[in-house]
Design a binder for this molecule. Structure first.
Ligand code: Z57
Length: 840
């Protein structure tokens, strides 16, 4: 195929894979070699799983070489590095991604073809690495891809959860959670590093020792328990370049020494119990997105990975900065180390670093603090009050008694220092800014600790950063105006275009005559002149159609539902939360269904509504909404009267690998959060890049997306942030909308009947109750009419094939800003001041 050759040539131009002895024949030999020597099987017996692992082993030969080179180069040059601390890394699958980033995808595919194996099939063997919930975790994964691609010295630090986010099954319309054991049969991408094991302490008490000499007080923490942290490294392969960074994930274990003591004392069974307790720490990911669990184990998880990571960072620093005298020179610490806190989850790293400096390394408080706040910076991802982490003081006392004392001291110095200077004698503001919330249960406010203990605080989209500064932390902004900044999120075009939409990538590379756009996504703007070109439009829409045909097959296989690829594919994929308003989408579906029933000859484009979403297991309303979507879908999909004009599909077990199939097939991207509630969104970017038109509110990054793509090429609706504020301030009454809007009333009353749940009236009534008696916190009814009008505009747009193609193309090629490489460059410039380091 001529096209395929061209794409091959384009990628080889920027990176010569032949020079690395990875020709097709070499690759074949390597795969077969690993099938024999690593997997212990043979060509005629090997399962797909074995072929997949043998392929990974062949790729790893190159990955490990580069990894070693990268680490040596960084160590020799003693580079400044950023350490991205995150409780979540939602990596998904790595095989196709690594192959693309090494420019080996086509070579590998051809080699396997010779061996009678299909690479795309093989990639399906890999379980998703789902060590995250949603946006925040996937952002971390995109960021480490970009850091390596930009040749920046960086480490990701997180938790090696034995079980990632639960697998979702749908039984009679309801979500059932099943454990996700992603590494049960081995994972070829992780390397255990026993030589870098760390030990961290928990619990116990603090002893105060008075010094006769100088009258000072020395604090000694006597912990009750020690936990071993075993590091697992995942190589992070940069695109094009030679940098292979690592993601280091900590697994918790009981220290052998501890077991042994108890064992000797005859406590073999107790020792096993102790071991189980220690291993519980990294057993499972908390399945909450944007709501905090408030469980002790979660605080222990946070401390466990933060403390292991800091110890690792210090060990590496000491290797390069220990003086001949044996003393460590900490004067360079803040010049060499940057630590980014991905939300407040790793905040405990701030008092932990102070503890190490003051209690263990003998630095004075001020000297320690002067280093500490320069090291840390904090990203805020939400304004939702239920997501802002607070930990009861009594839990801190039990788990981290010394850290609590340090937090008190940070607080005292802040309140008596900076706070008093700007707000002299203002006890009201001091109470608000205090790291401790006074009340019946005293709480440590992790967000406040982050702001005080970091030199930069950023939000994740322009509007969000403005709200962080003006609404969430206004008094802090008066004290430290320059601390606050914005870094709009981004996503990696390697996974979210090149790898998941290869045909579109090929069209772009061929038309531009270069694949430069894969790193410089702005280059796609050069295609603007083709947006009106009939031939280009035809090709673009043919690719979209082929992607829809493929998705239709997946939908049929997963749900049994038949959908027509000629219908409009309207997709809402994201965690289930009332602020994201899947219930608004459902209300519109109900209204549309009624319109068709009342007017069977209604002219309309067949419309497929596709959902993918997990609900936090303890979030009742979210689970009720999933149930309602499934029940309404069942009724609609089986109603012959509407002649297939509407289909509703709920795709079970939404995850990264499923997103990669859904996104390239989307015509419409639903981004319909109540304005002011979605910090940024990142799915909105992925969908737009792949040519979906955004049906959305002026919230988060949607604002910046339509600024790039043009509002006329999208369907924007609903109240703005300011309007939401004023509607709420003026006393919002959802009943007014119910009583005045016939369609709203009919749709809600329908949910109250047994139309969708025959024999079980009222099963779906909870949604109606939340929207009326519950006060409709997220203004779904207030935005309904405007949403419905936006749908009507979309329908009109879709009816005009050329107009639609043009808008879809313009959306796709104007998303350059949302390349996560750009986000990382913004962090480098505004927050980290890092330098690139070329490897070899
Ligand atoms: C999470 O995925 C996000 C925020 C949180 O506070 C937590 Br906890 C988890 C999301 C936001 O809701 C998105 O709007 C944002 O795009 C994403 O984080 C990445 O910044």
């Amino acid at each position: 195929m001529a096209n395929k050759k061209a794409a091959n040539a384009a990628s080889a131009s920027s990176f010569d894979s032949a020079s690395l002895n990875y020709t097709k024949e070499d690759f074949k030999a390597k795969i077969v070699h690993h099938l024999h020597s690593t997997l212990g099987t043979s060509e005629n017996k090997a399962t797909k799983q074995s072929w997949w692992k043998a392929t990974c082993a062949a790729v790893n030969e190159l990955v490990y070489e580069r990894l070693t080179q990268t680490q040596q180069t960084h160590a020799n040059k003693d580079t400044r590095a950023v350490h991205y601390l995150s409780a979540e890394f939602l990596m998904g699958r790595l095989t196709a991604n690594n192959l693309h980033n090494l420019h080996l995808f086509n070579v590998c595919s051809d080699a396997l073809k010779d061996l009678g194996i299909n690479l795309t099939d093989l990639c399906e063997e890999e379980p998703d690495m789902a060590l995250g919930n949603g946006g925040l975790g996937r952002l971390a994964a995109c960021f480490i891809d970009s850091l390596a691609t930009l040749n920046l010295p960086a480490l990701g630090y997180g938790i090696h959860y034995e079980n990632g986010l639960f697998r979702q099954e749908i039984h009679n319309g309801r979500q059932i959670e099943r454990p996700d054991s992603w590494r049960e049969y081995g994972n070829p991408w992780e390397i255990c590093r026993p030589e870098s094991i760390q030990e961290v302490a928990l619990g116990g008490y603090v002893e105060t020792i008075y010094s006769e000499k100088d009258g000072s007080l020395k604090k000694v923490w006597h912990p009750a328990q020690k936990i071993k942290g075993v590091p697992w490294d995942i190589p992070v392969v940069g695109y094009n370049g030679t940098t292979v960074n690592i993601l280091r994930l900590w697994e918790s274990k009981a220290p052998e020494s501890f077991d042994w003591d108890v064992f000797n004392a005859g406590g073999y069974v107790d020792a096993q119990a102790e071991k189980a307790r220690a291993e519980t720490i990294s057993k499972v990911l908390y399945p909450n997105d944007s709501t905090e669990a408030g469980k002790i184990l979660r605080l222990v998880q946070q401390y466990f990975f933060s403390a292991c990571s800091l110890k690792d960072i210090l060990r590496r620093y000491k290797r390069a900065h220990t003086l001949a005298s044996g003393k460590v020179d900490y004067s360079e610490f803040a010049n060499k180390i940057a630590v980014q806190l991905n939300d407040t989850h790793p905040t405990i790293a701030i008092p932990e670093l102070m503890r190490i400096f003051v209690d263990e390394e003998g630095l004075g408080w001020e000297e320690a603090w002067n280093i500490c706040y320069k090291v840390f910076s904090y990203t805020n991802h939400t304004l939702l009050p239920e997501a802002l982490e607070k930990w009861p003081v009594y839990i801190f006392e039990r788990v981290l008694p010394r850290h609590l004392e340090i937090i008190y001291e940070i607080n005292r110095r802040f309140l008596e220092g900076e706070c008093e200077r700007v707000f002299p004698g203002n006890d009201f503001i001091k109470a608000k800014l205090s790291l401790i919330e006074e009340g019946s249960t005293r709480m440590v406010r992790m967000g406040n600790l982050c702001v005080v203990g970091s030199h930069k605080v950023n939000g994740v989209a322009a509007i969000h950063s403005k709200l962080v500064k003006e609404d969430l932390f206004p008094e802090y902004a008066q004290i430290w105006n320059d601390k606050f900044c914005n870094v709009t999120n981004g996503v990696t075009p390697r996974r979210w275009m090149l790898s998941c939409n290869p045909e579109l990538a090929k069209l772009y590379t061929e038309t531009l005559g270069s694949d430069e756009w894969v790193t410089k996504l702005d280059k796609l703007k050069d295609l603007k002149k083709y947006a009106d070109n009939a031939d280009f439009q035809k090709k673009f829409m043919a690719i979209k159609h082929a992607n829809k045909v493929k998705l239709a097959t997946v939908i049929k296989a997963e749900t049994g539902i038949e959908v027509d690829p000629n219908a409009l594919f309207d997709i809402q994929i994201k965690r289930l939360h009332e602020y994201k308003r899947q219930q608004l989408n459902l209300l519109y579906i109900l209204a549309l269904y009624r319109r068709v029933l009342e007017n069977p000859d209604l002219e309309m484009t067949p419309h497929v509504f596709i959902f993918g979403s997990k609900a936090a297991p303890g979030y009742k309303m979210a689970k009720d909404i999933i149930y309602a979507i499934n029940k309404v879908g069942e009724r609609i999909n089986n109603d012959a009267r509407i002649k297939g004009k509407i289909k509703v599909v709920f795709m079970p077990n939404y995850r990264v690998s499923l997103a990669e199939k859904l996104i390239p097939a989307a015509d419409v991207s639903q981004q319909i959060s109540t304005a002011g509630y979605e910090a940024s969104g990142t799915g909105n970017m992925k969908l737009a890049m792949n040519g979906a038109i955004t049906l959305g509110t002026m919230d988060g990054a949607n604002i910046e997306i339509v600024e790039e793509a043009g509002e006329e090429n999208n369907a924007i609706f609903g109240l703005s942030v300011d309007e939401v504020k004023s509607v709420k301030a003026n006393g919002y009454n959802p009943w007014d909308y119910y009583n005045r809007d016939h369609e709203i009333k009919k749709a809600l009353d329908w949910l109250d009947s047994d139309y969708f749940t025959p024999g079980f009236p009222g099963e779906l009534a909870g949604i109606k109750r939340a929207l009326l008696e519950g006060g409709d916190t997220y203004l779904a009814l207030a935005d309904f009419r405007s949403y419905s009008d936006a749908h009507a505009r979309l329908e009109k747009m879709y009816a005009n094939k050329k107009g639609w193609a043009k808008s879809a193309i313009l959306n796709s090629i104007t998303m350059g800003k949302f390349n996560s490489d750009r986000s990382i460059q913004d962090y480098v410039d505004q927050v980290w001041s890092l330098e690139t380091c070329l490897v070899k």
